[in-house]
Design a protein around this ligand. Structure first.
Ligand SMILES: O=C(O)CCC(=O)C(=O)O
Ligand SMILES: [Fe+2]
Length: 367
């Protein structure tokens, strides 16, 4: 089953409602599920009672956007590791990050280097992914050493380590090409990325309420108010919100409206110069306005997790509710970004050595 966020006809909802109630009751009994069909098993296992309840009580017109979790600003905002002074985040910066849900822009690359990289990105974007066998902006780091090299820059890795800890994997990356006049990417949020097929989360943290995933978004072109820089709803990472099915808004192919406090004073626009980046919790509501200019807005992101968290354990494929693609995971794996993976909880892929030394100086000419 793929829960497309659209309002179903009344008769379908009338059939689905008692079934969902039954599944919720079955979950409460904690009886075995091994003999049930896989979809049903997944729903019993991965949907919290809160997830059932929002669906049932709304007559299947509302749902959590992702697995519910709550975040509390820690009392102690000291960095989790000590890094080279060049990359150090102050306690004040870290506290603000925990309160807002994002930090940036921070500097990493020279605009000339990014200008030179634009063509590679535009070419990569049009080619068939060697990982998935179709054209997709996802996970192109597997086949693009230059892209992966940028992700390993200590300006990025050392900042992430201070928030997530010393040992980090990258589990997903994406290129974001916003061509001239491209529409907005609507406000959205994610926690364990169950949002993708609404059955199986990608990420399995020991405690969902802690920070277990960070996104780094790197601007290749200047990202401005006019061409759709990133916007954030400050403080919205403290809980996972619900969506109303259907409606004018949405995210790629999914039509819904996100239910959150629409106080305009909470929206922060974060323009970035080419080569700068932003770190944010995917749980913080974010999006970008339309590109009203005649120029591209190119960017790429990486999604990092601590190594003590399993990604897609035992999962062979997933279907993206947003873009409809079916992603077979045979050639996918997490890649070590920093430190060591002592847990090996996820399938792993090894990529080329780092491109930068600890001060951010190139070790070799990027391929
Ligand atoms: O590039 C954009 O406009 C959106 C980026 C985004 O949603 C993400 O990196 O998670
Ligand atoms: Fe996002």
């Amino acid at each position: 089953m793929n829960l497309h966020p659209k309002v179903r006809p009344l008769w379908q909802r009338a059939i689905a409602l008692p079934i969902l109630t039954l599944l919720m009751a079955y979950k409460a009994t904690r009886l075995p599920t091994f003999f049930l069909p896989r979809d049903i098993r997944n729903i019993i296992k991965n949907w919290d009672f809160k997830v059932y309840w929002v669906l049932i009580s709304s007559g299947l017109t509302r749902a959590y956007i992702d697995q519910p979790c709550e975040f509390k600003v820690p009392a102690n905002c000291e960095p989790k590791v000590v890094v080279d002074p060049k990359w150090r985040l102050t306690e004040k910066q870290l506290r603000k990050f925990y309160e807002d849900g994002f930090i940036g822009p921070l500097d990493a690359f020279a605009p000339e280097e990014m200008a030179d990289f634009r063509k590679d990105m535009l070419d990569a974007e049009k080619s068939v992914s060697q990982t998935y066998g179709f054209v997709t902006p996802r996970d192109r780091h597997f086949e693009n050493p230059r892209l992966w090299g940028y992700m390993k820059h200590p300006a990025i890795t050392e900042r992430l380590a201070q928030i997530l800890g010393p040992d980090l994997n990258v589990w997903r990356t994406q290129m974001f090409h916003k061509p001239p006049k491209a529409p907005a990417i609507q406000f959205h949020q994610a926690s364990t990325f169950m949002v993708e097929d609404y059955q199986v989360p990608a990420l399995h943290p020991a405690n969902r309420d802690e920070i277990f995933q960070l996104t780094v978004w790197i601007a290749v072109d200047d990202a401005t108010h006019e061409n759709g820089c990133l916007d954030f709803v400050k403080g919205s990472h403290k809980q996972v919100h619900t969506v109303k099915f259907g409606g004018e808004e949405g995210f790629y192919n999914a039509a819904y409206s996100l239910e959150y406090d629409r106080d305009p004073s909470k929206v922060v626009r974060v323009p970035c110069k080419s080569g700068q980046f932003i770190i944010f919790m995917e749980r913080c509501i974010h999006g970008s306005q339309a590109n009203t200019t005649d120029r591209h807005r190119l960017a790429f992101n990486l999604r990092a997790v601590p190594t003590n968290l399993a990604v897609y354990p035992g999962v062979k494929k997933y279907r993206s509710v947003y873009n409809g693609g079916k992603y077979h995971l045979d050639n996918w794996g997490v890649v070590s970004l920093r430190g060591e993976d002592r847990y090996m909880l996820s399938r792993t892929r090894k990529l080329a050595d780092p491109s930068y030394d600890s001060q951010g100086l190139p070790l070799r000419k990027a391929a």
